[in-house]
Design a protein around this ligand. Structure first.
Ligand code: UDX
Length: 471
């Protein structure tokens, strides 16, 4: 009789901050549950992540490894040049992944691959090696369900639509009748999106169905209706979110202390925590548009004046690469002007976001509605103003404002008077009503990661199933 194989899980994230963070949380949780795990980054991101937080994994069962993404070191790997990265993932990185899996680097042999939902190379190579693959989409369930419906919308002639009539109601998404306008659909539905990008993300979505199970960073009580639709496509779904909260509860994540948050690719400027200590309770607006979104100087100035005019103190994350269409020197000098510390405002390159949101001085979150940020806002119980730009963000923000009612959606506009009105509504006029919904949803998120919570139980189920399929 053959010896049972030791389970060895390979976790393969898409090479971007919003994917690495939740997938590293998962890797740590699996290792803490006794599974051998290899977390496979690209060399580029491995170098950025290694000197800090996760350099000392919580257990000897977790290894951090890397392979090449096939791009030269000096490639910016930015949103504007994402097509080059996507092409390289499909070719050079896929070859590197195959080589990694068959070489001694993956000793003992990998027995299960957890591939990011937009990294189907993980599923391809797992199939070649006859190893089971599980898909982990870092999006919300509401967005993933919408993606699966896009081919039907095209077939029915509902897509594409002209970008000049985005306020028109959009019918046909099961479970969302009367909820959506055209502008609320994922950005790949807009005609301005490059056809190659559309194809890539749709192909990746369809490829997910070849995996034997689906992991989502959400929780049952938040997205039950959408999850029931996804259950018609995937027979085995594990909702184990909010992962960052589950990691904290399981003592493998941290967001209070002196070290970096799990999976942060940039050095966090902790001086903003000192600044927050000097602000009144629930007075500060925290502004962050995540790790990828860029804004033009005009948009930046509208936000700036809107925030100044509403009279609230604010803390704004403006990454060095956040300004679009400006020459580097001009952008740098504008940023350094804005970064002058004042009693009422503070601008930083990168903040310890989970810790900022948990600070008593923060009362509102102006966000791009990235899924991690949305979940982090929910866990901290901080109501949101949404300014979504790409991917799942348009859908997330609609759910924030119209389904969960935990924030306001200012999608596609950012003139200073709208910004000012939104902040006033969130922090004053509508505060009570929004806070009431937020308190409810936030409590549900906390329950889900408690000892008897759905996400904790689903994680246990996932670990059991991995052991089984690895036999
Ligand atoms: C991307 C997509 O935009 C998002 O919609 C998708 O769901 C995941 O991939 P990103 O744009 O970076 O991610 O947004 P988000 O999902 O919110 O992730 C950003 C992460 O960076 C969050 O976990 C946040 O805590 C962290 N962050 C952001 C910091 O730690 N510090 C900061 O200053 C800003």
């Amino acid at each position: 009789m053959e010896e049972p194989r030791e389970p060895h899980v390979l976790v393969l994230p898409f090479p971007a901050q919003g994917h690495i963070k939740p997938m590293l949380c998962l890797a740590k949780l699996l290792a803490a549950a006794g599974l051998r795990v290899t977390f496979l980054n690209t060399h580029h991101n491995h170098r950025r992540i290694l000197p800090r937080g996760p350099s000392s994994p919580p257990s000897s069962l977790l290894r951090l490894e890397s392979i090449s993404d096939g791009l030269p070191d000096d490639h910016p790997r930015s949103l504007e040049r994402i097509e080059e990265l996507l092409l390289s993932i499909k070719t050079a990185m896929k070859a590197a992944l195959r080589e990694f899996l068959v070489s001694k680097s993956a000793e003992p042999p990998v027995t299960c691959v957890i591939a990011d939902g937009i990294m189907s190379i993980g599923i391809d190579v797992a199939e070649e090696l006859s190893v089971p693959a599980i898909s982990f989409r870092t999006f919300s369930a509401c967005c993933l369900w919408t993606y699966f419906c896009i081919p039907t919308f095209i077939h029915e002639g509902k897509l594409p639509f002209p970008d000049d009539d985005l306020d028109k109601e959009f019918h046909g998404l099961l479970g969302a009748e009367g909820l959506l306008r055209r502008r609320d659909l994922p950005s790949i539905c807009r005609s301005a999106i490059a056809i190659n990008l559309y194809r890539y993300f749709m192909d990746e979505t369809i490829a997910m169905t070849r995996a034997c199970a689906l992991i989502l960073n959400t929780f049952d009580a938040l997205e039950a209706p959408m999850l029931s639709h996804l259950a018609t496509i995937f027979t085995d779904i594990y909702t184990i979110g909010p992962l960052h909260a589950l990691a904290v509860k399981s003592h493998v994540g941290h967001f209070s202390g002196r070290s970096e948050s799990v999976g942060s690719l940039q050095m966090e400027d902790r001086s903003c925590m000192v600044w927050l200590n000097s602000q009144a309770s629930r007075s500060v607006v925290y502004v962050s548009f995540g790790s990828l979104v860029k804004i033009t100087v005009d948009q930046l100035m509208e936000f700036w004046h809107g925030l100044v005019n509403c009279g609230r103190p604010f803390l704004w994350v403006l990454r060095e690469d956040a300004i679009l269409g400006e020459n580097e020197e001009k952008a740098r000098s504008l940023l350094s002007e804005l970064k002058v510390v004042s009693e009422r405002r503070r601008v930083v390159d990168w903040a310890p976001q989970e810790e900022v949101l948990a600070h008593a001085a923060v009362g509102g979150f102006l966000t791009h509605s990235g899924w991690n940020s949305t979940l982090e806002g929910i866990v901290a119980g901080i109501p949101m103003i949404c300014w979504p730009r790409i991917a799942d963000q348009q859908i997330n923000s609609r759910w924030v404002s119209e389904v969960w009612k935990i924030g306001l959606d200012m999608k596609d506009t950012c003139d200073r008077s709208t910004v000012e009105t939104m902040v006033r509504l969130l922090m004053d006029d509508k505060k009570e009503e929004i806070m009431k919904s937020m308190a409810r949803i936030s409590a549900l998120s906390s329950d889900s990661v408690g000892p008897e919570g759905s996400s904790s139980k689903n994680l246990e189920r996932l670990v059991k199933n991995i052991r089984k399929i690895c036999q």
